[in-house]
Design a binder for this molecule. Sequence first.
Ligand SMILES: Cc1cc2nc3c(=O)[nH]c(=O)nc-3n(C[C@H](O)[C@H](O)[C@H](O)COP(=O)(O)OP(=O)(O)OC[C@H]3O[C@@H](n4cnc5c(N)ncnc54)[C@H](O)[C@@H]3O)c2cc1C
Length: 394
Amino acid sequence: MAEKWQNWSRSLQFAPERIVKPTSTVEIQELVREVGANGGTIRVVGQGHSSSPLVATDDTLVSLEEMSGVESADRDRCEAWVRPGTTLEVMGEELLEEDLAVHNLGDVNVQQLGGAIGTGTHGTGRELGNLSTMLLGVRMITADGNLVERHIEDDPDFIRAARVALGTLGIFTCLRISAQPAYKLHRQEWCTGVEDCLEHLHELIESNRNFDFYWYPRSDEVKLRTLNPPGETPEIPYADLLEESVEWAPRIIAKTRELRFDEMEYCMPIGAGPAAFRKVRRRLLDRHRREVAWRTLYRTTAPDDAMLSTSYRRETSVLSIHHNNELPFEEFFTDIEPILCDHHGRPHWGKKHNLRAAELAERYPEWDRFQEIRRRLDPKGLFMTDYLRELLGD
Ligand SMILES: Cc1cc2nc3c(=O)[nH]c(=O)nc-3n(C[C@H](O)[C@H](O)[C@H](O)COP(=O)(O)OP(=O)(O)OC[C@H]3O[C@@H](n4cnc5c(N)ncnc54)[C@H](O)[C@@H]3O)c2cc1C
């Protein structure tokens, strides 16, 4: 009997034929072979925090939540093997026990490692790459049921494809990631006016390890958030300090989100960010202020070389439009989206957007290379759905 499934924001609901929670690699292999032999399809799901229909299926949904925890850590090499069902929060605590920490996190730490890497989840920081950049090696089950192991040192193209793969290359069973010696950060949150923030934006991005700001359309004010090594915190004389604390990085970068929201996010060349933000702000104030109850987030990320990374070979400004999940989002997001596209934006794979293969292919120089690797690994489309065929252009 079909079970109902919904994502975190509740904007996606579907009924997979079955939801399977394997506890071992062998179980996954058996499942993949059985579904393949019966002509079925599989989608693997993480924590269900994506709001684009990446995991939607009426066939088999596989969750690796039972395959959690750090399998091994190497302090000298600053690396670890982590099971994909491990949430970023659990991974942070288990790595701390080994005196290790990852270089960054996004806004929350509830995602599973496999899911976060699956869509190129990122935090903020001009010199900090997204979480997929941590991936050094994978063990995964491919569509033929085989267990393969690949490393950046011996098959860089495979890893550059696997770093943002949307669950279309196979099912990760263990991930080798880079880390660094455990470190603390000083977090500060400030309030100021939009123009003060934009006037100093370049300096704020340059002088803080992690910097982002939230703009609130109703008040037209911004909240600045900075994270720096303790003792290296720049002054911000034009802003009021609201709160601050010092903690181990994995405990302080991410926040807890109670209020559920839907989100559209585009990643643009870093220089396009301020102009895009100004246009989005104008459009919001002119047309949507009365209905829009929430905020816009501005971040930056470092370039990387994952084939489908939204930061592929460019320093990036990221604009995320948050909208209370109890309000309709389609009309609002559809009105804002062309502004972000016009600024050479690439949509976050796990958030709301309306782009399909034709528009996406031209935004990713190694698009064809990724599709080639995907088709080689999964020639019959075991990990595909109608949505993914539209998205990736099969
Ligand atoms: C409150 C909230 C805050 C967020 N903050 C940020 C943020 O700060 N920065 C940001 O970039 N994004 C953010 N996101 C988006 C979120 O990080 C991504 O959508 C992420 O992919 C969700 O991870 P998940 O574990 O829920 O995976 P899911 O959404 O369930 O899956 C994501 C993808 O990973 C694949 N996948 C999962 N497990 C495996 C596996 N074992 N093997 C192969 N593929 C797998 C799935 O097939 C799917 O394609 C946020 C989302 C929410 C709801």
